[in-house]
Ligand binder design. Structure first.
Ligand SMILES: NC(=[NH2+])NCCC[C@H](N)C(=O)O
Length: 408
């Protein structure tokens, strides 16, 4: 793997000391959730926003207390909107919606283009409700349900893990599978492309390619990736990413891991995350059946050539992972103890930990049995509250996008 283009960007593992992370403090976009739209917007209920913000502030404080630099997505977005090209791209992405029709599209573009950067950032995140577009005209506007959005809100921005993922010194802008999340990657792309903090960073992937979400990508060790395929990431997405990381010398092995296509296991990081250089916390109901296909390349491919990759397997995941990582054994720490507790704690993101360093991980406090198991295995657990944050079905790992980690 190439050393970082900038010494202060990039990640080669899940557990190297975390230096800088992108979070999104939930805001007005969560206030858009109602019992009528929450399913479509991928939330299990209607969160109490003020409490979600308190919980999120405590999460951020736990990170800064351990010397992790927290960058906020909303701030990066407002800053990047000062760059004309970024502004243009983001306004275009917001109105790129066949529901609008030409007249409404023009009116909405004019409205957005007239906003100051802070207000535009807020609108791109919280969306534009029907009655918020003054002077909105045209057939599509008249016929639109009054409760509907001209520009839909993005409540899942909270889960910064999914819309971009760093592999070595490059960033993959992902291709999100669910319609409610498509527009998120226009924001991460604009920031990665135009924000001075990320100037010159290579981009590994883009939103026009096969579906791939960051929650499915685990950096098991330097040069070794695990990619879950299921409800979100497709086999085509995993293959495309494999080719690209091989082409760019960012990895030598990609383990492709099929997971059940259902909400409880929507991403690989909902069933397993790394807590040490050789240890994962894993949902026992799947631990024994989880398999991996080991993908390598005989010769270094070009970015998009179609030469065959070498595909071996399937093997039990833990066996394939240990082999690829060059270790004797991958230690597995179970979620819960009995099947019922395990199922409850997996659902509440007990597996979705964020490592701050080897053997130091942030976890939701509610998963008491899993957290005790982690401690018994020598992992220090930083507990955070997530009663409201969890209603979008995501834990500390989902809610964070590491942009700089030390080597582990
Ligand atoms: N990496 C993750 N597990 N992210 C969780 C994302 C949750 C979000 N509500 C969704 O359905 O997309």
């Amino acid at each position: 793997m190439t050393p970082g283009a900038s010494p202060s960007l990039g990640a080669t593992s899940e557990v190297g000391r975390l230096r800088t992370v992108v979070l999104h403090r939930p805001g007005a976009e969560l206030r858009r959730l109602t019992p009528r739209n929450n399913d479509q917007l991928l939330f299990d209920g209607v969160p109490w926003v003020a409490r979600a913000q308190e919980e999120h502030d405590a999460f951020a404080a736990a990170l800064t207390a351990r010397d992790v630099e927290v960058l906020y997505l909303g701030r990066l977005l407002a800053e990047v909107l000062e760059v004309p090209a970024a502004r243009e791209e983001l306004v275009a992405a917001a109105v790129d919606d066949p529901r609008l029709g030409a007249t409404l599209k023009r009116a909405t573009t004019a409205h957005l283009a007239g906003l100051a950067s802070d207000d535009l950032a807020a609108t791109l995140m919280a969306g534009l409700a029907h009655d918020e577009l003054r002077g909105g005209r045209g057939l599509a506007y008249e016929l639109m349900d009054r409760g509907d959005f001209v520009v839909p809100p993005l409540p899942n921005l909270l889960f910064t893990r999914d819309s971009s993922v760093w592999v070595g010194d490059q960033v993959a802008i992902t291709s999100l599978a669910m319609p409610a999340r498509h527009r998120e990657s226009s924001i991460t792309r604009a920031i990665a492309t135009h924000h001075p903090r990320f100037a010159g960073t290579g981009q590994l992937y883009d939103a026009s390619l096969e579906h791939l979400e960051g929650g499915d990508v685990l950096l098991l060790a330097r040069g070794v990736l695990a990619v879950g395929v299921g409800e979100r990431t497709t086999p085509g997405g995993a293959e495309r990413l494999a080719r690209r990381v091989f082409a760019r010398g960012l990895a030598h092995t990609v383990l492709v891991v099929p997971i059940a296509q259902e909400r409880a296991t929507m991403h690989l990081d909902t069933i397993a995350t790394m807590v040490d250089v050789d240890a994962m916390v894993m949902y026992p109901a799947v631990a024994d059946s989880l398999v991996a296909w080991t993908v390598t390349a005989e010769e270094t491919p070009d970015d998009d050539d179609t030469s065959d990759l070498v595909v071996r397997g399937p093997q039990p995941f833990v066996v394939a992972a240990a082999q690829a990582m060059g270790i004797d054994r991958l230690r597995v720490i179970d979620t819960g103890l009995d099947p019922v507790t395990a199922e409850r704690e997996q659902w509440d993101d007990g597996n979705n930990t964020l490592a701050l360093a080897p053997r130091l991980a942030v976890a939701y406090e509610r998963n008491t049995v899993t957290n005790a198991a982690l401690e018994a295995a020598g992992i220090e657990v930083v507990r955070i509250a997530g009663s409201e944050l969890g209603s979008g079905r995501g834990g500390p790992r989902c809610m964070s996008c590491p942009v700089w980690r030390d080597e582990s």
